[in-house]
Design a protein around this ligand. Sequence first.
Ligand code: ADP
Ligand code: MG
Ligand code: MG
Length: 879
Amino acid sequence: MTKYVYLFREGNASMKNTLGGKGANLAEMTNIGLPVPQGFTVSTEACTRYYADNKTVAPEIEAQIFTALAETEKEYGKKFGDLNDPLLVSVRSGARASMPGMMDTILNLGLNDVAVLGLARLTSNERFAYDSYRRFIQMFSDVVMEIDKQKFHHALEAVKTENGCKQDTDLTAENLKEVVRRYKEIYVNAMGTEFPQDPKTQLMEAIKAVFRSWDNDRAIYYRRMNDIPGDWGTAVNVQGMVFGNMGDDCGTGVAFTRNPSTGEKKLYGEYLMNAQGEDVVAGIRTPRPIDTMKDTLPEVYEQFVQIANTLESHYHDMQDMEFTIERGKLFMLQTRNGKRTAGAAVKIAVDLVEEGQLTEEEAVLKVEPKQLDTLLHPNFDTAALKAATLITSGLPASPGAAAGALYFTAADAAKAGKEGKAVILIREETTPEDIEGMDMARGILTARGGMTSHAAVVARGMGRPAVVGASALHIDEKSKSVTVNGKTYHEGDKVSMDGTSGNVYEGMVATVETAVTGDFAKLMSWADKARTLKVRTNADTPRDTKQGVEFGAEGIGLCRTEHMFFEASRVKAMREMILSDNAQQRKAALARILPFQQKDFEEMYIALEGRPMTVRYLDPPLHEFLPQLGMKDEIAAIAKELGTTSEAIVAKINDLHEFNPMMGHRGCRLAVTYPEIAEMQTRAVIQAALKVRRETGLDVKPEIMIPLVGTVKELKFVKSIVLETAEKIFAEQNERIEFQVGTMIEIPRACVVADKIAEEADFFSFGTNDLTQMTFGFSRDDAGKFLDSYYSGKILESDPFARLDQEGVGSLVKMAAEKGRSARSGLKLGICGEHGGDPSTIEFCHNIGLNYVSCSPFRVPIARLAAAQAAIKEKQAKK
Ligand code: ADP
Ligand code: MG
Ligand code: MG
C-alpha cells in the first residue's frame, strides 16, 4: 500500500519531493530535537492523486490521515473533537519549492460552538477561546469556502468601532463573542448552511482546499514566473496548535538568521505579543524588532538565538524561521532557506565560504541566477538624487532604483506594464491577489506594513525595488490619488523610489549603471572556474559589445546587422537599395552603406580584444525598412529625399507586401535573390578585420552566419558568394585572414537535415526564437494574445518564447546537434535566441553539449552563473 501520510518524526529534510519544503523541514527540526508542535504531513503524491481521482480524496488516504491523527492525539493526550479539552490543529500547505503566500493556512481547526466553551473553561481565558474561534471561522470561510474576506474584515471593524477599540487586542471576550455571532451569520448568508460543527468534516474540507489551492490563479502565475512544474502538487501539514494569543506572555514572530536585504550577519526579525499566525505579516499592529525580546522575554530570546544558530549551521544557509511563544514557552513552526535580495544572496554565499560552511561550488549553487538582474541594473545617480525633491520615505524593503508612473491597483499596474509603461504600483498594502501587478511594476510602494509584510517579501523575491510602510502616504484608491504632506499625486504622475534608502522622490530621477565588483566578482570567478559552457553576448553596436565584455562575455554570439541599417543616416541608402530596379543601382546604394557597416565592425572588433564575433547577414523582410501604406507624410518625405515620387514608393510597398512576412522573403533568401547584399556584408566583415588587425595587432576572429537556412544548397549558394568575395579582397590587399562561415539553425527542416548542412558549416547557432515560432506554428508577435488561455487551460505552463520548450523544440536542437557533429566532429554549437539567457534553458544547453550560449549583455552574468550551476549539478549527480 502506498504511504501517503507521514508523522513528523518519520520524515526528514531530504524528503522535500514527498513532504514539501515545510513538511520536510518540520520533520528535520523534530529529528534534531527542536521544540516543534507535533503532527503529520499528507504527501504531494496525495495531492496528485486527488487530481487524478477527479478531485476526491481516496478512502485509503483518508484512512491514513485519521490513523496519523490518532497518533497525534496520543502525543498531546487530547482528543480531536473533544468537547472539554479539544486537540486543535493547523492545516498548512507546503510545496517542494516555497511559494510564499500562494496557499493559505487555517488555524485553530477543531473548534465549534461547544468546544469553544471547553477551551474557555480549561484555559480560564474566555477571551482567548473566542479570539481563536473567530479566527478559525474567518480562515475556514475564506480558504475553504472562498467567502469574501472583506465581509469579515468589515464585521470586525464594526465591532471594534462600536466598542471604541483601537486594536484587535482591545476587544473583550464579550466583543469577540459578538464577532463570532456575526461571522457565523456571514457564513450562513453566503453558504445557505450553518458553519460546520463536525471537526472531521472541517479537517477533510480543509485538506481538500489546500489541494485545490495548488491550482488557483495566483499559484499558476507564480509557478510560471518561477519555472515550477504544475504536476508537483502540494503537501498538507496538519499540526497541533500552539497559541501566541493566550495573553501577554505569548506572541508570534518571524526572523531571519541574517539580514535578507543586505546579508549582514545579524539576527533580523519582528514579533508581536499576544497575537496569532499571520498577524505580524498582515501589518495589523506594528511589530517590534526581535532585539527587543531580549528585554521582554530574555530566556526565550536566548533560546531562540541558539536555535537560530543551530539551524543555520545545520542547513549551511541563511534561515527564515517562524515561531510562536505560548505562555513563555518557545515553539518553532517553520524554517526554510530564506528569500533574499541578490546583494544579500551574493554576500551570504561568499561569507559562508569564508566561515568554512560551504565550498566555493556549493556557494555558487546558492544564488539564483535570475536574481542577479537587480545587481546589474542601475542605481540613482547621486548628483541627480541630491537635486531631487523628496516626497516621503518608508522602510527600505527591497533595494534598487525605480522610476515610473503611479498606478493605484494591481490590475491598472499590470495593464500599464503590459503596454510597456514604467509603472510604480502604490498600495495601502499588497495581498497575494496583487502578484501580477507587482510583477509588471518597476517598483512597489506601500503605506503600511513592515519589513516582513507581503509587499516586502514578494518584492525581494522578485527583485523589484520596494519601499513599504511609508505611513505619511494617504492613499485614496477610489479617486486614484495619494496625498502626502498636503500635496496630492494622481494616477500617471511620475515618481522615483529608492528601495535601498526607502526614499521616494518627485519625477523621474536619472540612474547610473553598476559594475561587477567585490563579493559579486568573487562569486563570478568561482562560477567561471566551475563552468564548461562558454558565454557570449548578443550585441549590435560597439556600446553593447563593451557592456557585454565588461560583464564577462567571451565573444559576440549574435550581431544582427540590420540593426545597423535603421539609423537615419543609413536607412536612406538602404531605401535606395530597396527601390533599385537593377543590380547596378543596388550595388551603388550598397556601396554607400559599406563604410558605415565596416566602421561598426571595426569598433566592435576592437571592443572584443581578440574574442570571436558572429555576424548574422541581413535577415528581416525588406518592407521593414519602408513606411506603412497609410503613412502618407512619411512616404512623401522619403520620396523627396530620394528624388522619386510617392507613387513609386507606394508601388514598391505593394510589391513587397507579403501575407506572412515572417515566412516570406527574408533570411538567406534575400542573399539568394540579391547576392550583392552578401557581397557588401562580406566586404564589411573582412575589410574591417584586416584593418583592425593591421592597425592594432589584435587577433580578430570573424564568424559569418547565414540565417534561415533550410537546405544545404541555400547555404552553399550564399557561402560561395562569401568565399569568392573574400578571395577578391585578399587578392586586392595582398593579405589573408582566417574566418568561419556557419549558419543559424532556426527552421525545423534544417534540424532534420543537419548532417548535410554541417558539411558546409563551421558552426551552428540555434536561433530558437524562429525555431520555436516555426515548430509550434505560433507567430511570436501574436502569441501573447492567446497564451494566457493556454496557461489557464493548462496546455502550456510557460511562455515557450521565454523558456525553451525542451520536449519539442529542445528535441529538434538535440537532434541537430547530434546529426551535425556526426558529420563534422569539430562543429561548434551555440544558441543565440532569447532563451540563451534563461537559466533552465542554459542547463539544457549544457546537458546536450553545446559549446556556448549567447544572450543580451545584462544577462551575461546570469548565464555565467547558470552555466556553472549546470556543470556543478552534473558533477554532483555523477558522484
Ligand atoms: P505560510 O506558508 O503562508 O507562511 P504557514 O503554514 O507557515 O503559512 O502558516 C502561517 C502562520 O500560521 C505561521 O507562521 C504560524 O505563525 C501560524 N501557524 C501555523 N501553524 C501553527 C500551529 N500549529 N500553531 C500555531 N501557529 C501556527
Ligand atoms: Mg510560513
Ligand atoms: Mg531568425
